[in-house]
Design a protein. Sequence first.
Length: 337
Amino acid sequence: MTSRIPVTVITGFLGAGKTTLLNRILQGAAGKRYAVIVNEFGELGIDGSLVVGAEEEVHELNNGCVCCRVRGDLIRVMSGLIRRPGRFDGIIIETSGLADPAPVIQTLHFDDFLRQHTQPDSVICVADARHLARQLQAAPEAGAQLAQADLVLLNKCDLAKADELAVSEIAVERVNPTAEVVRCERGDIELDRLIGRGAFDLSRLRVPPLQIQRGRIGRVPHAYVEVEEGRHGDGLRCVSLSIEQAFDPSLFVGWLLRFVRENGEHLLRGKGIVSLRGSEKRFVFQTVHMTVDSGMDRAWKDGEPRGSRLVFIGRDLSAIALREQLEACLAQVEVTP
Ligand SMILES: Nc1nc2c(ncn2[C@@H]2O[C@H](COP(=O)(O)OP(=O)(O)OP(=O)(O)O)[C@@H](O)[C@H]2O)c(=O)[nH]1
């Protein structure tokens, strides 16, 4: 079986610096061959002609947003690239500044051929360090783009004042505490921090560190803390939870699948490292809307706190309902009177 082609998705709001970053990657990619897919809202295809490097293949998906109208085109173009003899080292997709990148990741997951031949590597969100906070208030797409990212580049740092930078960093942390955040100018970042991240590899899942506050709910010794909760003007909310007590395996997995099915439309992203009763290994999951990727990961290490860490980012998420539902999935503990 041939190896799967890594796919990097570059997202970010209008004018944040996506094409600038793409050009950086292509210019620095000595000896590597990338195919580039640029999706632009509108028919003009300006971005495609701004991408440098004659040796790169640039495919334009215009006249629609990749998240709605051109999904079929994306499958067609990617399938053609995969079938090509002498394939590429990677495929880079730049989404339009108004696109939610989730459908791209879902397309890679749901289309049989693409799933077999591609490997999502990373979703990089380029954010304008000066304007991000305002964009988050004004445009739901800006939040969706941040929510999907595993790496957020706070770009245009040369233009942002110190307080604007600080506000932007806090905004990112609130929307997506699992993302790595890097400040930059004109996308000037070492290539190996951008490509080959393996962020969709379950064994490399990044979630915030375990934060336990001891408490007592009912008669069950219990630890439960909402680590961080951000809310934005458009109803986007991030709920992070640390839970010390192990879950009942079938209750938890059943709940996760049900939760994603029932809330997938509003649930932009979910990630978790979970402790299941009776298992020596960590259970990990990632969700993008209704797509769920999950499995047993490495064994818990000696001395490692065996707690669960879960992060959900979505619209109209109820932290209270989430907590109640998760509590119902906890493994029962023998309580000595
Ligand atoms: N001063 C400054 N300008 C930048 C930086 N990054 C990008 N730019 C400029 O910002 C403008 C927009 O950059 P692009 O890379 O085209 O942004 P984009 O996200 O691809 O834009 P859309 O495709 O419209 O969504 C261009 O004029 C860039 O030269 C930066 O770090 N500092």
